[in-house]
Design a binder for this molecule. Structure first.
Ligand code: NI
Length: 179
């Protein structure tokens, strides 16, 4: 296992459209998934998509329990209250007309938070590591987290939802801090 370097905006690799993974998963892809989980927990973050470590594949990992307000665990005890989920080739089948606004952040846009409005509920189809297909509805924070992560697979960042001026300011800040 290895902690990977997280790409910081602006980086062209964050703008690539990811390709689906094929089953059965190769050892290389399994290693990428393990590394992504380790990198997410190390950051720490609630989600990480493959393009954020420079891999253009439709893979995302999340753990919305890990940092949720409802279940605050002891940060000195890593491993407690974890709920790692791996999402492969995800596709939204439906998004609600009802919308909700949440404050979002992203490991590729550090120290930056902004309100983003998205559909409040979604129906998702995805594959697990064994290649089994799943379908489920999600609401609230999980719906937000999944939409944010899967935007990454389309080369999209949460700052794309902000005004051009605000986005420009954030990009300028990132260049100054991380280049
Ligand atoms: Ni993100």
């Amino acid at each position: 296992m290895a902690i990977r370097k997280i790409l910081i905006h602006p980086d062209d690799r964050l703008r690539e459209i990811s390709k689906p993974v094929s089953f059965p998963l190769s050892d290389a892809v399994k290693q990428i998934i393990e590394d992504m989980a380790e990198t997410m927990y190390d950051a720490p973050g609630v989600g990480l998509a493959a393009p954020q470590i420079g891999v253009s594949l439709q893979i995302a990992v999340t753990d919305t329990l890990w940092r949720s307000d409802e279940v605050r665990h002891d940060p000195d005890k890593p491993g407690a209250d974890r709920d790692l989920k791996v999402w492969l080739n995800p596709e939204f089948l439906w998004k609600s007309d009802e919308i909700e606004t949440w404050e979002e952040g992203c490991l590729s846009v550090p120290e930056t938070y902004a309100n983003v409005t998205r559909p409040a509920a979604v129906r998702l189809r995805w594959f697990d590591m064994e290649g089994k297909q799943h379908e489920q509805d999600f609401t609230a924070f999980e719906a937000v987290a999944l939409q944010h992560e899967f935007d990454h697979l389309l080369g999209k960042l949460f700052i794309d939802y902000l005004s051009p001026l605000k986005r420009k300011m954030i990009t300028k800040k990132m260049k100054k801090l991380y280049k």
